[in-house]
Design a protein around this ligand. Structure first.
Ligand SMILES: N[C@@H](CCC(=O)N[C@@H](CS)C(=O)NCC(=O)O)C(=O)O
Length: 224
């Protein structure tokens, strides 16, 4: 049996890890079933078996795999009869790797500044002090100050995602005519933020919103 260790808020249905979303997308594309083991930020004892303290973790039989990228690689290697997540084409795989780093270094930080104060409100009370301390250190200011500066952060986010809109003016998906791993990586980032924001980041007719709907439709993502 496969078990995915997934980050949860106060409410079990509240899931907001972009890296866990990557794995859930891969499982969905491959039609692999799994059970979720929900982990709160401060429940590090639940992760001790993995000798590190982050999610996602996949337990697959005797194998324990940490890090979303490594988990995706494991799934492609161990389930070769299922649809591949990584492109077999070297140039496409290299482009996906660029998008992975663009997400980690540019998109996630820009989204984080929008989402951080809202994530706080969704957490179990026992997690809030840990989250405040670690995230305020990362942000260099209080969560309240981040919320007060939301217009500055939104302008920065808009500059960051302009490259997506320019791309969608030319092609329906980041991977081209059909969605691919690059689309999984980017939609996972937006799903993280959508899960916590009080209102959608972008208008319904925004090219990014429309692309997100296309990705979910193309792969029949079950959760709307
Ligand atoms: N490079 C890792 C990053 C994983 C990561 O940053 N996980 C976050 C949740 S999104 C985490 O577990 N944070 C725990 C903490 O901050 O205490 C991956 O791709 O899986």
């Amino acid at each position: 049996m496969r078990t995915l260790y997934d980050l949860a808020g106060n409410d079990d249905s509240q899931r907001f890890s972009p890296y866990c979303f990557r794995v859930k997308w891969a499982m969905h594309i491959k039609q692999l079933d799994y059970q979720s083991e929900l982990v709160r930020f401060t429940e590090k004892e639940k992760l001790a078996f993995s000798h590190q303290n982050m999610v996602p973790i996949l337990r697959d039989g005797d194998a324990v795999i940490c890090d979303s990228w490594a988990i995706l690689q494991h799934l492609d290697t161990h389930y070769p009869e299922t649809p591949r997540v990584f492109s077999a084409n070297a140039a496409s795989a290299a482009a996906d790797n660029f998008i992975r780093h663009w997400c980690d270094k540019s998109l996630h930080p820009a989204l984080f500044c929008m989402a951080a104060p809202h994530i706080y409100t969704k957490l179990a009370p026992k997690d809030q002090a840990y989250y405040r301390e670690t995230r305020e250190k990362r942000l260099g200011k209080t969560l309240e100050a981040v919320l007060a500066d939301r217009e500055i952060y939104f302008a920065n986010l808009q500059r960051t995602v302009e490259v997506l809109r320019a791309t969608f003016a030319d092609q329906p998906f980041l991977a081209g005519e059909k969605p691919g791993l690059s689309d999984v990586l980017v939609i996972s980032a937006f799903m993280w933020v959508d899960a916590v924001m009080p209102s959608p980041l972008f208008d319904a007719d925004d090219a990014i919103t429309q692309w997100g709907l296309r990705v979910k439709k193309a792969w029949a993502w079950p959760k709307a």
